[in-house]
Design a protein around this ligand. Structure first.
Ligand SMILES: Cc1ncc(COP(=O)(O)O)c(C=O)c1O
Length: 345
């Protein structure tokens, strides 16, 4: 917005369900963006239907926010769909800016980022917090390809806007007109005037360097494989406890899973109980009851714009035995609702 590429009232597309800040930030009065949802299909391993992705052809959509692999759906976008996104950008909406948050990239075999397919239009976000288990440390990076469309769009702005931008950045550059977008982004993260303090602190950068070097040492491939195995074991234990089938899906990170409570209610009891639940409860009351009575914390899918009766269970932190208990307690909470239902019949 500072560089006049997006303004209040513009349309942005959001690949949903999605990590909730991506839904909440555009609605703030600072931005006032109009959202167009690109909805994933839960019945197709959470891939985006072509008809949804084709919404991106509309040139009035200025940016596309996507988390890949997703949170909460924990699936990578298939290569065929990534190719379709790139084709739409090239042929129909060449000024679309894609912001892809790839923080879960390392959990999927042969992961391919949108950035690899269409680097010119993509801003890539990565954080060490997931793979290195350092969520509180705020260690992340933003990557932009050196020959990118965003710099070109800034170069092509009308003269009057360019003059405004020269005024904005002239205190930190001898050639403000030709400052690259990535450098403007860094400066704007500290209101331009504090550009000299922008970026992460030295201890943070040192830690990030150590993490990066660790990834590059071949022996440590065992760590990457080990985290994948741990997540895989946890999800199997959880699904067994919930008595649910678990299909192998090569796009899954297994870092989170989405569970449909109505589906369990229907399969474990019957349709009329599921209907009664829908009328008398909601997934938020289920999540609160589970936290209140069983001290198990999971999240309602609705906060991520996932289906209303879905819940997200994180597989990131606990020993695998804990997932047996989580599954059992989820079923006990459903049993309690079923007893309530029987009493009311
Ligand atoms: C998609 C996505 N991006 C970013 C983050 C947060 O990363 P960090 O811990 O570096 O703030 C999360 C954490 O939940 C996430 O799911």
């Amino acid at each position: 917005m500072e560089n006049k590429l997006i303004k209040k009232g513009d349309k942005i597309a959001i690949a949903s369900p999605i990590f909730s800040p991506y839904l909440e930030i555009p609605r703030l009065n600072d931005y006032d963006l109009v959202e167009v949802e690109i909805m994933a299909d839960p019945d197709d391993d959470w891939q985006y239907p072509d008809s949804e992705l084709e919404k991106l052809k509309d040139p009035s959509i200025k940016a596309f926010f996507v988390v890949n692999p997703g949170n909460p759906q924990a699936r990578a976008i298939s290569n065929a769909k990534i190719k379709l996104i790139a084709d739409i950008v090239k042929n129909d909406n060449p000024e679309l800016i894609i912001i892809t948050d790839d923080v879960y990239a390392t959990f999927v075999e042969n992961f391919r980022s949108i950035m690899a397919e269409i680097p010119s239009n993509t801003i890539c976000v990565y954080s060490f917090s997931k793979h290195m288990g350092c969520t509180g440390w705020r260690l992340g990076v933003v990557a932009i390809y050196e020959n990118n469309r965003i710099d070109e769009m800034i170069r092509n702005l009308p003269e009057s806007l360019k003059t405004d931008l020269i005024n904005r950045y002239e205190s930190i550059s001898l050639d403000p007109e030709n400052m690259k977008f990535i450098d403007r982004l860094v400066a704007d993260s500290r209101s331009v005037a504090l550009n000299h303090t922008a970026g992460l602190s030295l201890p943070q950068q040192t830690q990030m360097t150590l993490f990066s070097l660790f990834f590059m040492i071949e022996d440590n491939i065992n760590y990457i494989e080990g985290t994948k195995k741990a997540l895989n074991k946890r999800i199997h234990v959880l699904y067994k406890a919930l008595d649910l089938p678990l299909d192998y899906d090569r796009t899954a990170t297994n870092y989170y899973t989405i569970i449909d409570l109505l589906e369990i209610a229907e399969n474990r009891y019957d349709k009329s109980f599921a209907k009664w639940m829908e009328q008398n409860y909601n997934s938020v009351s289920f999540v609160f009851a589970l936290a209140d009575k069983e001290s198990v914390v999971i999240l309602p899918g609705s906060g991520f714009d996932a289906p209303g009766w879905s819940v997200r269970v994180s597989l990131a932190n606990l020993r695998y035995e804990a997932y047996e208990e989580i599954g059992k307690k989820m079923l006990e909470t459903l049993d309690a609702a079923y007893k309530d239902y029987e009493l009311n019949q």
